[in-house]
Design a binder for this molecule. Structure first.
Ligand code: FES
Length: 320
């Protein structure tokens, strides 16, 4: 498998837990042995090993340069178990394993202006970005969209740190509180737009940015989770490095078929958002279903997310 993922895990201690709303808890993590944690950039996330077979990604929300990692985690009733278990078990003093930070959502520091838009818990990477832009004295706006003020975390800090560069949008505050990403992008067409949040919200913001005429390279996003449809016609996959051929059934993923045949496939989110299962395509045409690869990368057809994507051709050859 050609994607390079650093699997070294770091033991960390929860040095602080702050339940900021009835659904969002903020966790501060420090190296358990007192050493310095690997540095991170704005937009980076870490994997948290919630249980041996349960690994979840969370964005780092503190200022790059700090020596701790800070996570804001929503206790999501629709989660597949990760956030619920963290909320139930991760108290101050607990130890947990995490990966080194990875950044699939980097900031373009040379942008003339940055529009940072966080929906719900999607505010977390935006906070790190706002800190980085503020430290570099760059022009930016931070928009925080939440159902209501009582559901929004980090508010005191954001007001204190970012002043009038922070714009709050609460659903229950009426029409004039609503965000209009198209108007924001039209007002500053040189902007780079960053969005993170629930997938429907993100789809809408991205579409609005495109409708405003922002080129794709100025629109940046990171999905937390997504509904992926893995169904389709059956096809064949040859895993070249393993010398294994499998048939992928109509409701089966490539990863499931490969694993059943004994091929080791690294996965994490299993819904096309984290990039852990990305693999090179040697032959054939993928039918991309993931939210990780960019449109340009998808057009190249030389990589595939094994957890969810399928094939347009009757056979794929992949490098695993
Ligand atoms: Fe996350 Fe496939 S496992 S994208």
């Amino acid at each position: 498998m050609t994607s390079s993922i650093d699997n070294t895990l770091i033991n960390v201690t929860v040095t602080r837990r702050d339940d900021q709303t009835d659904e969002i808890a903020v966790f501060e993590l420090a190296a358990a042995d007192g050493s310095v944690l690997p540095a991170f950039e704005a937009g980076a996330h870490i994997d948290v090993v919630v249980a041996p077979e349960l690994i979840r990604q969370y964005s780092l929300s503190n200022a790059p340069g700090e020596t701790t990692y800070r996570l804001g985690i929503l206790n999501d009733p629709n989660s597949r178990g990760g956030s619920r278990q963290i909320h139930a078990e991760l108290q101050a003093g607990a130890q947990v394993q995490v990966s080194a930070p990875r950044n699939h959502f980097p900031l373009e520091m040379d942008a003339e202006h940055s529009l940072l838009i966080g929906g719900g818990i999607g505010i977390t990477p935006m906070i790190a970005m706002a800190y980085a832009l503020k430290a570099a004295d760059k022009s930016f706006e931070l928009h925080y969209c939440s159902r209501s003020e009582s559901k929004a975390a980090f508010l005191d800090e954001l007001k204190r740190e970012f002043g009038d560069r922070l714009v709050l949008h609460f659903d229950d505050a009426g029409e004039e509180s609503r965000i209009d990403p198209k108007a924001l992008a039209e007002a500053r067409p040189e902007s780079h737009l960053y969005v993170c949040g629930p997938s429907g919200f993100m789809d809408w913001v991205i579409a609005q940015g495109k409708a405003a005429g922002l080129p794709e390279k100025q629109i940046h996003f990171e999905y937390f989770s997504a509904d992926v449809d893995i169904s389709g016609e059956a096809f064949e996959v040859y895993a070249e490095a393993s010398d294994v051929t499998v048939q992928v059934g109509p409701n089966e993923s490539i990863a499931t078929a490969l694993k059943a045949a004994g091929v080791k496939v690294q996965m994490s989110c299993e819904e096309g958002v984290c990039g852990t299962c990305i693999c090179d395509v040697i032959e054939g045409t993928p039918d991309h279903r993931d939210h990780f690869l960019t449109d340009e990368e998808k057009e190249d057809n030389d990589q595939i997310a094994l957890c969810c994507s399928r094939a347009k051709s009757s056979r794929l050859v992949v490098d695993i």
